[in-house]
Write a protein that binds this ligand. Structure first.
Ligand code: ADP
Length: 266
C-alpha cells in the first residue's frame, strides 16, 4: 500500500512487529506508562525488564487492549490490534489464572481458538486436533485430558503457552513465563521460545530475573514508567542503563552489574 507523505501511517512499517507511539496509560490519576515510544523489530527475542511497578504488565495489557490507553497509539505489524488479533498469542501471569477451574489441558488450549470460532459453532474434532498439536509443541500431549488443577506449576505454564501457540501466532507476548516454574521447565520454555524466534516469530517476554537476561534475549527494553533504553542486547545491556532503570534497588544489581560488557552506555 502506498502512502502520501502527510499520511500519519507512513511510519507504520510492517517489518516492525510492535510500534508504540506517545503511549500513556494511567490508573486513575497516576500514570503507569508515560509517553512511551518503542519499536520492536520482527524476529527478535525481546525482554521487557524493569523493577516491580515499572508498568511491564500494563504495557502488555495495553497492547492487547485489556487496559484503556490515555494517549498515543499501538500498531502490530503496522495495524491496530483489532485487525491483528489472530497473529498475537498471549500468556498471562500465572497468578492471574484460576488454576482450580474445572477444565482439562486440551480444553484450555482449545480456548485459544475461540477467536477463530463463531458463537454458533462449538469446537469439534478439527479444533481438538489443533489443540493436541499445540500441546505436542510443549511436550504435554500425554496429559491432554488431565484437569489443570492436577498439573504441576511448570506443566500448567506449558499448557498456557500451548494455548497461545494454537493459532500459530506471529508475535507472542508472555508475562513472566518463568515465574514459579522449576529449572527444567524454565529451560524447556526458553528452548521453545528460541525455536519460535528462529522460525521468524517475534517473542516479547516480561522478565524479572536479571541474572538470565543476557543469556535469554537478543533485544531489550528497559522500562520504568518511561522507556529508559531499548535496542539490541549488546548496545543497551549496560551497567548505566541497569542503574537508571532500577534506581535504588542495588541488591538486585550486585550480580547483574558484573556481567554487562560495557561499563557505561554504548
Ligand atoms: P510491573 O508489571 O512492572 O510490576 P504493573 O504494570 O503491574 O508493573 O503496575 C504498574 C503500576 O500500576 C504499579 O504502580 C501498580 O500498582 C499500578 N497498577 C497496576 N494495575 C493496576 C490496577 N488495576 N489499578 C490500579 N493500579 C494498578
Amino acid at each position: 500500500m502506498s502512502h502520501s507523505p502527510s499520511d500519519p501511517d507512513v511510519h507504520h512499517d510492517p517489518s516492525i512487529a510492535l510500534h508504540l507511539e506517545d503511549l500513556t496509560v494511567s490508573y486513575g490519576e497516576r500514570p503507569a506508562l508515560w509517553d512511551i515510544d518503542l519499536d520492536v523489530p520482527a524476529g527478535v527475542m525481546a525482554g521487557i525488564i524493569g523493577p516491580n511497578g515499572a508498568g511491564k504488565s500494563t504495557l502488555i495489557k495495553a497492547i492487547l487492549g485489556l487496559v484503556p490507553v490515555s494517549a498515543g497509539h499501538i500498531r502490530l505489524f503496522g495495524e491496530p490490534y483489532g485487525q491483528q488479533r489472530r497473529r498475537v498469542g498471549y500468556v498471562p501471569q500465572r497468578s492471574s489464572v484460576d488454576w482450580e477451574f474445572p477444565t482439562t489441558a486440551v480444553d484450555v488450549v482449545t480456548m485459544g481458538l475461540y477467536g477463530q470460532l463463531s458463537w454458533w459453532r462449538w469446537p469439534g474434532r478439527g479444533e481438538r486436533d489443533q489443540a493436541l498439536r499445540a500441546l505436542e509443541q510443549v511436550s504435554m500431549e500425554s496429559l491432554a485430558d488431565r484437569q489443570i488443577s492436577e498439573l504441576s506449576g511448570g506443566q500448567q505454564q506449558r499448557v498456557f503457552i500451548a494455548r497461545a501457540l494454537v493459532q500459530n501466532p506471529d508475535i507472542l507476548l508472555l508475562d513472566e513465563p518463568m515465574a514459579g516454574v522449576d529449572a527444567t521447565t524454565e529451560r524447556q520454555i526458553i528452548d521453545l521460545l528460541r525455536r519460535l524466534r528462529d522460525d521468524g516469530r517475534t517473542v516479547i517476554v516480561v522478565h524479572h530475573d536479571l541474572q538470565t537476561v543476557q543469556r535469554y534475549f537478543d533485544w531489550l527494553a528497559f522500562l520504568n514508567v518511561r522507556i529508559i533504553a531499548a535496542g539490541a542486547l549488546e548496545h543497551v545491556y549496560t551497567a548505566n542503563n541497569l542503574r537508571r532503570a532500577y534506581g535504588g534497588q542495588v541488591a538486585l544489581l550486585d550480580e547483574a552489574q558484573n556481567r554487562p560488557n560495557a561499563p557505561s552506555d554504548a
